[in-house]
Design a protein around this ligand. Structure first.
Ligand SMILES: Nc1nc2c(ncn2[C@@H]2O[C@H](COP(=O)(O)OP(=O)(O)OP(=O)(O)O)[C@@H](O)[C@H]2O)c(=O)[nH]1
Length: 446
């Protein structure tokens, strides 16, 4: 359990220090805390300096005062040993490194010097006044001086001592500052950084477009402050966005459905149009009475026959047929019967013709056909078959047999256009009519 807690703490610290806001806060808190800590240390050092200096002065004064009468006794009795004891006692103090008990004149009764203390601190003279010599008159029961006590004062050891105290003050000040910084950062972290980080993580993870996801308040922020307002406002905004995205998705679905429906209708309409175009095209190329190809269809097919003849040498014949004495049917038996006769002829020929033959109604009671043949005899044979077909027809209400005259023209090397072939077939037909009808003539004789 403690391991898990430690791991969580480590994660929290990493997250906190990973944040730029946290790094800025750490910097700011450190600067403020160190500033405050060092300022307090400086104040403490100043107060301590005054106290230390006063205590040193008092100490020295007391030492000198208590020793002065003994020194005067030594001078009065000219007791060199006592004088030395006095000097040794005085130089035992760390701030005194030299002591001389002088008699009037150049004589000295006792003298002691110790190794002078040194200090590493530069400009330390200003702190405790530097090295000084203090001379104190020695008196015995009267105002007249019987000698002098000369003391060499050296504040170096006091400076060293004080500098150690300064260092301690600075270190404790810095430590205090660091603790303060830590506390301030923890407070900032709990109050602002952690809820903001949670909110920003929530915003990065939240997907307002995901269907069926309920957006709930992200963080457990207990305080009713600006962060709570920010959370509430953000949540409201995301809920609005989520609703609008759902509306947009629904609208997109409707649009797609409408598009599909429209596409279906367009496809159906296109099919109808294609069908209508096929019907119109059939009508444009079909004779309405007989259902055969009409003149236009004949000439288009004839162009193909002619092209294949020129390209591949596939020979063909044009057969022009004209029903005999047709006017008599109309005149005597009625136009309707004439129509039926035309339809019967067309049906008969359609049945007997091959797939790649082409028979068209050329106009009135005239028909024209295109037939793939090898030679003129074959062409005549085709025309004969057509003639026999008509002759064999039996039509109700028609008391006599229907006959047809046919003119045949075979394509030849000089044929550049279909018109020449049609003209030759027409001339052959004319000869068939002249020759007594119900017969076949070809363009060889012409
Ligand atoms: N019923 C009917 N008659 C048509 C149609 N087209 C043309 N005719 C008739 O066909 C007849 C053709 O007569 P003609 O050109 O004199 O020829 P014919 O009577 O067949 O005489 P020959 O061709 O010389 O044997 C006319 O009476 C036209 O009215 C049609 O679509 N229906």
């Amino acid at each position: 359990m403690p391991t898990e807690r430690l791991r969580r703490l480590g994660r929290g610290i990493r997250t906190a220090l990973g944040s730029r806001l946290a790094r800025r806060q750490v910097r700011l808190v450190l600067i403020v805390a160190l500033g405050v800590g060092w300022l307090l240390s400086a104040l403490q050092i100043a107060v301590d300096y005054r106290a230390y200096r006063d205590s040193l002065t008092t100490q020295l004064d007391q030492l000198v005062t208590t020793t002065l009468s003994t020194a005067a006794a030594a001078a009065w009795q000219l007791d060199g040993q006592l004088a030395r004891v006095v000097c040794e006692g005085l130089t035992a103090h760390p701030a005194i490194d030299g002591c001389v008990l002088r008699l009037p004149g150049p004589l000295s009764l006792g003298e002691t010097r110790v190794e002078p203390a040194t200090t590493w601190l530069p400009l330390s003279d200003g702190l405790f006044g530097g090295r000084q010599r203090r001379e104190l008159p020695l008196r015995h029961e009267g105002p007249k001086a019987i000698g002098r006590l000369a003391l060499d004062l050296n504040p170096a050891s006091a400076v060293n001592d004080f500098s150690r105290r300064v260092l301690t003050h600075l270190l404790t000040g810095t430590l205090r500052a660091l603790v303060l910084a830590l506390v301030l950062f923890a407070v900032f972290h709990v109050l602002t950084l952690r809820p903001i980080t949670r909110l920003s993580r929530f915003l990065s993870d939240a997907d307002p477009g995901a269907a069926g996801v309920e957006l709930t308040r992200p963080a457990r922020h207990r305080h009713d402050d600006e962060i709570r307002s920010l959370e509430t406002a953000t949540l409201g905004l995301m809920q609005t966005v989520s609703r609008q995205m759902a509306d947009l998705k629904a609208a997109k679905r409707d649009l797609e459905h409408t598009n599909r429906h429209l596409e279906d209708r367009i496809r159906a309409r296109t099919r109808e149009l294609e069908q209508a175009m096929r019907v119109m095209r059939d009508r444009a190329y079909t004779d309405p009475l007989t259902g055969l190809a009409n003149r236009r269809a004949f000439f288009e097919a004839a162009a193909d026959y002619l092209a294949r003849w020129r390209r591949d040498g596939e020979a063909f014949a044009v057969v022009l047929a004209d029903l005999d004495e047709f006017k008599a049917i109309n005149d005597r038996l009625g136009h309707d019967l004439g129509d039926r006769a035309l339809q019967a002829v067309a049906d008969g020929w359609r049945r007997t013709c091959r797939q790649d033959d082409c028979i068209a109604r050329f106009g009135g009671e005239e028909f024209i056909g295109l037939f793939r043949v090898d030679d003129r005899d074959q062409a005549r044979e085709v025309a004969e078959r057509l003639r026999r077909e008509v002759a064999a027809l039996r039509l109700e209400d028609l008391p006599w047999s229907l006959t047809v005259s046919l003119g045949v023209a075979l394509v030849g090397p000089g044929d550049e256009a279909i018109d020449g072939l049609v003209t030759r077939a027409d001339q052959a037909l004319y000869r068939a009519k002249r020759g007594g009808r119900n017969r076949v003539e070809d363009d060889a004789a012409g």
